[in-house]
Design a protein around this ligand. Structure first.
Ligand code: KIV
Length: 301
């Protein structure tokens, strides 16, 4: 029988990754992995690869929505992408990234928006950018039952204030301030902290001083976990900009273009769709259709 098949719910081979699992991995010195995803099929690939944590990053603004910064993405858009991710994967810990403007005005605002990730999108936790200045917000969220991942170093929502996408904490004073910020986030209740674009020595010090896991991106191999943007890791980016830390584990862009060229050529040549891609009537129905057509055809005079 001809059947239409469009994907389906992912099957999770191992048990759900939890926050206590990540804390235990840090204690045991076992590294863990995090990748971004923004839709159901991608989340499914990430889950199938055995990645521990999926971040529905506000980097969706850059790599999916075509913006030049993360600032324009809205809470509604983030909830929609996060809900798609949770339909595609259930085993990894799922973290929704709070977009610019969704948590800065007040802890009450942060609470309202963060709870949307849990209630409407099936996320397990949220992430927000900033150090000491967001500690009260982190405290309010965690006190009310929302698990929070911090993010210090290069915080893209503040790129203008930071003078662009630059390595942070390069001086001893700035390094001490960054470690203090990470400690303040831990004290406020964060279960982990992303360290973005900081020297290896700073990441090493933070990883040693914090009892919660550090997750590095452009922070060397000394962190407890690593994160990359899905599109950077697989060569799916739109522009030529390639951050030094974003190793490409595959170049899928040219593979996709080649496949699409084949589709284009086969349609033009009439070789696609072939018989195996087409639906057919039962013999009797086809014959009756032909008879009916012949009966209604105007006769030649
Ligand atoms: O939005 C994002 O993808 C991120 C990661 C780079 C950590 O915040």
């Amino acid at each position: 029988m001809d059947q239409l098949q469009y994907g389906g719910k992912a099957t999770a081979p191992r048990s759900k990754v939890t926050i206590p699992d990540l804390l235990a991995m840090k204690r045991k010195g076992q590294r863990f992995t995090m990748l971004t995803a923004y839709d159901a099929p991608t989340a499914r690939f990430v889950e199938q690869a055995g990645i521990d944590v999926i971040l529905v990053g506000d980097s969706v603004a850059n790599v999916v929505l075509g913006h030049s910064s993360t600032l324009p993405v809205t809470m509604d858009q983030m909830v929609s992408h996060a809900a798609a991710v949770s339909r595609g994967a259930s085993r990894p810990l799922l973290v929704g990234d709070m977009p610019f403007g969704s948590y800065q005005a007040s802890p009450a605002d942060a609470m309202r928006n963060a709870s949307r990730f849990l209630k409407e999108a099936g996320m397990d936790a949220v992430k927000l950018e900033g150090g000491v200045e967001v500690a009260d917000t982190v405290r309010a969220l965690t006190r009310n039952g929302i698990a929070v991942m911090g993010h210090v170093g290069l915080t893209p929502q503040r790129a203008a204030q930071l003078g662009g996408f630059k390595v942070q904490a390069k001086t001893a004073d700035a390094a001490r301030a960054l470690v203090d910020a990470a400690l303040a986030l831990e004290e406020a209740g964060c279960f982990s902290v992303v360290l973005e674009a900081v020297p290896v020595q700073v990441a090493a010090l933070a990883t040693e001083r914090l009892s919660i896991p550090t997750i590095g991106i452009g922070a060397g191999n000394v962190c407890d976990g690593q994160v990359l943007v899905f599109h950077d890791a697989l060569g799916l980016g739109m522009g030529d900009f390639k951050p030094k830390f974003a190793k490409r584990f595959a170049e899928l862009g040219p593979v996709i273009v080649e496949a699409l060229r084949e589709y284009d050529a086969e349609v033009r040549a009439g070789t696609f769709p072939a018989d195996e891609h087409s639906f057919h009537m039962k013999e009797g129905e086809a014959a009756e259709l032909a008879r009916g057509e012949a009966a209604t055809k105007p006769r030649a005079v």
